[in-house]
Design a protein around this ligand. Structure first.
Ligand SMILES: Nc1ncnc2c1ncn2[C@@H]1O[C@H](COS(=O)(=O)NC(=O)[C@@H](N)CS)[C@@H](O)[C@H]1O
Ligand SMILES: [Zn+2]
Length: 410
């Protein structure tokens, strides 16, 4: 599937430090490692209600990781999926009375435009669930060889008992797992399952639902196996980072890793998750409909760089609440940044470069990076810009820095 056009990422003269990142499984900030390259899988959208600020928060967060690795001198293999067939998408298509494929295509295109506007560097592999069905069915075959699948009626389930690492990623209690599994697309109460937590791998054809042929009969893929298959195919076992919002910790990322292990393959080295964005006092969610859309703001002439700056004002792992006031503050902030870099000379830029690259390499601490730029702007717009000690190339250095490291084009 086509991704979106890539923003130019300026090459910085200073090299960023090694990137450290929070790992959910170890509950610690750990070095990101690998031979010369880094590989990243960020779970993509289920294409309806795109692109709300919760989505944007997630993809901008891991764009900072992508950029931090580039600034540290690494090549980055980036894969993202599109869950372009799944229960919530079919339900929404039914509700609004359009073909589910048309809804998926329209919303994915809107998502691409929003990602371009927010200057998110695109994945090299942007892969739909539908186009991955052959990958999914062959991975189910590997689970079958491992004795890790069984049928209930015509539906195919994975047996989590086969995976002794099950639970290591989320570190949740069984009762927590059962509760979240039911809330997030699982069917713990279904009769005939070996374990209520066993997830669906292949959903047999139902009347009125799309289906594709498979060795397990006509049907469609389960949610978790889709990401396992796509990540293993395009990034390979033991890739560096599996990322998404914190509502994916369980069941989605637990199950995705479990399926890989049951097929005898390592999954991600690191699992990391972005916090939840709320609006009107509740997590922004399709079901509640309290959504702020990137495209709506763009259509009312809001500078996407101001939207991006609101997101960067929060640590990626924090939950926070979107407010219009935050947006208006960011509009002013971007204008100040532009004024300061336009002066050409300014307060010394080298220390800002070091602070910004260091902050982002430390578990993507964007708020600390933004504060350092704010301080430089204030000094430069004050008397700092004119003092003898001023740096004649500060404006150019800072605008390249905030572009490469923060994705903010001034
Ligand atoms: N309110 C929110 N705040 C922050 N992130 C959110 C919010 N709502 C959804 N997300 C994140 O946005 C991404 C896409 O969400 S989604 O459209 O529901 N799609 C999915 O979760 C699956 N297609 C992943 S394979 C996920 O990483 C999800 O965790
Ligand atoms: Zn996923």
């Amino acid at each position: 599937m086509r991704a979106w056009s890539a923003p130019e990422v300026p090459e910085l003269s200073a090299r960023g430090p090694e990137v450290q990142l929070y790992d959910h499984q170890r509950d610690a900030i750990v070095p990101t490692e690998g031979q010369g390259r880094r590989s990243l899988y960020v779970c993509g959208i289920t294409p309806y209600d795109a692109t709300h600020m919760g989505h944007a928060n997630t993809y901008v967060a891991f764009d900072l990781l992508h950029r931090a690795w580039l600034n540290a001198g690494y090549e980055v293999d980036y894969t993202q999926n599109v869950t372009d067939v799944d229960d919530p998408l079919l339900e929404r298509a039914d509700k609004v009375g359009i073909e589910w494929e048309a809804l998926a295509e329209r919303e994915t295109e809107l998502f691409r435009q929003d990602m371009e506007a927010l200057r998110v560097v695109p994945p090299q592999h942007y892969i739909g669930a539908v186009e991955s069905i052959p990958l999914v069915t062959s991975l189910i075959g590997e689970l079958e060889e491992a004795g890790a699948i069984y049928k209930v009626d015509e539906d195919v389930y994975a047996s989590v008992a086969v995976d002794e690492g099950f639970g290591d990623e989320s570190r949740m209690s069984r009762s927590e797992m059962l509760e979240l599994f039911g809330e997030r697309g699982g069917d713990p109460e279904r009769a005939g399952k070996k374990d209520p937590l066993d997830p669906l791998l292949w959903r047999a054809e139902r009347p009125g639902e799309p289906s594709w042929p498979s060795p397990y009969g006509p049907g469609r893929p389960g949610w978790h196996i889709e990401c396992t298959a796509i990540a293993l195919e395009h990034l390979g076992a033991g890739f560096t980072v599996q990322a998404g919002g914190s509502d994916l910790v369980f069941p989605h990322h637990e199950m995705s890793g479990s399926h890989a292990r049951s097929a005898g393959k390592d999954f991600a080295e690191i699992y990391t998750h972005g916090g939840m964005v709320a609006y009107d006092g509740h997590k922004m969610s399709k079901s509640r409909g309290n959504l702020v859309f990137v495209s709506a703001l763009r259509n009312s002439e809001i500078d996407p760089m101001a939207i991006r700056l609101v997101l960067l004002g929060h640590h990626y792992r924090d939950d926070w609440e979107w407010t219009d006031a935050k947006l208006f503050d960011a509009v002013d902030q971007v204008a100040e940044w532009r004024k300061a870099v336009a002066l050409g000379r300014g307060a010394p830029a080298a220390p800002v470069v070091e602070t910004v690259l260091g902050a982002l390499a430390d578990d993507l601490d964007a708020p600390r990076a933004v504060k350092a730029v704010d301080a430089w702007v204030a000094a430069t717009l004050g008397e700092g810009g004119l003092a003898e000690t001023s740096d004649p190339l500060a404006g150019e250095t800072i605008s390249k820095l905030v572009d490469a490291a923060l994705g903010i084009k001034l």
